[in-house]
Design a protein around this ligand. Structure first.
Ligand code: ADP
Length: 189
């Protein structure tokens, strides 16, 4: 199996690149943000539990997120592999993912961090807020998400670096150029 973590701050382009990567490599895309938003839209019990947290830009508690992710992986038993987008966002999630994949006889092939500076991120998210109206893209909520990223999520990088699995790709440039850089990394796995 080819399991890849696409990593980066809010607005780095993980969703856009994931869509292209799943088409090229025949993988299943799992975005925890998209899954949570679907639960909220469908007003499931989980959706009702996480709605306020997400609207405020806070992370959902680890165990809720891990359970949802494991269920989603298990729904795709024949998958050639997965692109994890927006997960893991904490070291506890990264550890849980390792344990879970090992129990399935597989592992993370590599983690690719999309590198984008703060000014560009702010610009992209302001644009997305206009297009999609996502409440957590509003300036004050976005500030909370950036804090969560620097307090909790950034520590996932040294975790994978320690495993020798981390690569960085410049996330500024044309979608096609960034995609080509990602493919060059993946083709070495
Ligand atoms: P972004 O556009 O910032 O990458 P996502 O769409 O991936 O955001 O996620 C939106 C929100 O969903 C996050 O701000 C957080 O509240 C929640 N969320 C998504 N993934 C996780 C996770 N792995 N752990 C905790 N909360 C998560």
């Amino acid at each position: 199996m080819l399991n890849i973590v696409l990593f980066g701050p809010p607005g780095a382009g993980k969703g856009t690149q994931s869509e292209k990567l799943i088409n090229k490599y025949g993988l299943v895309h799992i975005s925890t943000g998209d899954l949570f938003r679907a639960h909220i839209k469908n007003q499931t019990e989980l959706g009702q539990r996480v709605n306020a947290l997400i609207a405020e830009g806070q992370l959902v508690p680890d165990q809720i997120t891990i359970d949802m992710l494991e269920e989603e992986v298990s729904k795709n038993p024949g998958a050639k592999g997965f692109i994890f987008d927006g997960f893991p966002r904490t070291v506890a999630q990264a550890e849980a993912l390792d344990t879970f994949l090992e129990s399935k006889g597989t592992r993370i092939a590599g983690v690719i961090a999309l590198d984008v500076d703060q000014d560009e991120l702010t610009r992209r998210i302001a644009q997305r807020q206009l297009e999609t109206g996502r409440v957590d893209d509003q300036a004050d909520k976005l500030q909370k998400r950036i804090e969560e990223y620097f307090n909790k999520t950034i520590h996932v990088l040294p975790f994978y670096e320690g495993q020798g699995k981390l690569s960085k790709v410049n996330g500024i440039g044309s979608i096609e150029n960034i995609f080509a850089d990602l493919c060059a990394v993946i083709d070495r796995y």
